[in-house]
Design a protein around this ligand. Structure first.
Ligand code: HSE
Length: 307
């Protein structure tokens, strides 16, 4: 019987420009860890430590404990749980901080108690936690955080993995302002123009088809955001400047990560990605705003056990 497990869980980019609330991918970096420990207090989930972020430690107010409790309840509360949370993905960054916590928690419980649920079966429990944080049950961060790779969520809640676009190097810029998903959603119109919706659907389909064909270039070129980005980009610090710099340094495409404020920029080789990073870094250093910058790739692996 295992007494504790340590789980790795990745950051994620939701929407990927073309699939609002329906598409997301996992990143190799940043990623974070959580320890899930067995206790004797049946049904009680307790957070003993959170490092790296200032988050509520009350079990009914924290994404990770809510997700862990949801799964524990479904198992008939055979024991209690203690969580140690090591955050490196900052809350409010737009790269799936709460989803990483929810994913780590349910994968941790599944491993610790040897429940044997598949990654897909774990998603609804993680969504119970994610829904607390974001107020909505969209799985575009949680699904890739658990499944790895690129995940597609249809409107009925069914989820499937699609092939990872090849050769992608991703530069993620996280300007240090916290943006609430709810505020970013309020920037969106209630109705969408018919022609725009048709165009967006075609770009979404083109991206998915390119992934299945293993054509990373076409997958990148298909990431045209005609529906959401135009309403949100004014909320993102320096969005147009960063876009111009990234494209001038060799990025093929990019946009807002999830609801922002992070942005992501896709290059098709490591040299271009280094150049994109450098260009963005030089620009951001001339601004009076702190930032994190990640050079990463898509992760085929979702949240999983580590030694
Ligand atoms: N699809 C969501 C949005 C992602 O863009 O609002 C944020 O959780």
């Amino acid at each position: 019987m295992k007494e504790q497990v340590r789980i790795w869980s990745p950051a994620t980019i939701a929407n990927l420009n073309v699939g609002f609330d329906a598409l997301g991918c996992a990143l190799k970096e940043p990623a974070e860890e959580m320890i899930v420990r067995r206790t004797n207090s049946a049904g009680v989930v307790h957070i003993s430590k959170i490092l790296g972020a200032s988050l509520d430690m009350r079990a009914d107010r924290n994404v990770a404990s809510i997700a862990a409790k949801s799964l524990l309840n479904s198992l008939g509360n055979p024991c209690g749980l203690e969580l140690e949370i090591y955050k490196t993905i900052q809350p409010g960054s737009g790269i799936g901080s709460s989803a990483a916590s929810a994913a780590a928690a349910v994968v941790g419980v599944n491993e610790l108690l040897e429940v044997g649920l598949s990654p897909i079966e774990l998603i609804p429990f993680a969504l119970d936690g994610e829904a607390f944080a974001s107020g909505a049950r969209h799985a575009d961060n949680v699904a890739p955080a658990i499944l790895g790779g690129v995940a597609l969520c249809n409107p009925e809640g069914q989820i499937q993995s699609i092939p990872i676009p090849k050769e992608w190097h991703v530069t993620v810029l996280h300007p240090q302002i916290e943006m609430l998903t709810s505020e970013s959603r309020e920037a969106l119109p209630a109705q969408v123009d018919f022609q725009l919706a048709v165009k967006q659907a075609a770009w979404f389909a083109s991206f998915v088809a390119a992934c299945y064909e293993g054509d990373g270039v076409r997958a990148a070129l298909g990431l045209e955001d005609v529906m959401v980005g135009p309403h949100r980009s004014s909320l993102i610090p320096f969005f147009s400047e960063i876009r111009e710099i990234a494209l001038a340094h060799g990025a093929r495409t990019g946009g807002i990560s999830g609801s922002g404020p992070s942005t992501f920029w896709v290059s098709l080789n490591a040299a271009d990605a280094r150049s994109v990073r450098h260009g963005i870094e030089v620009f951001m250093q001339s601004q009076s705003m702190n930032f994190y910058l990640y050079s990463t790739q898509l992760s085929a692996e979702g949240a999983h056990l580590i030694p």
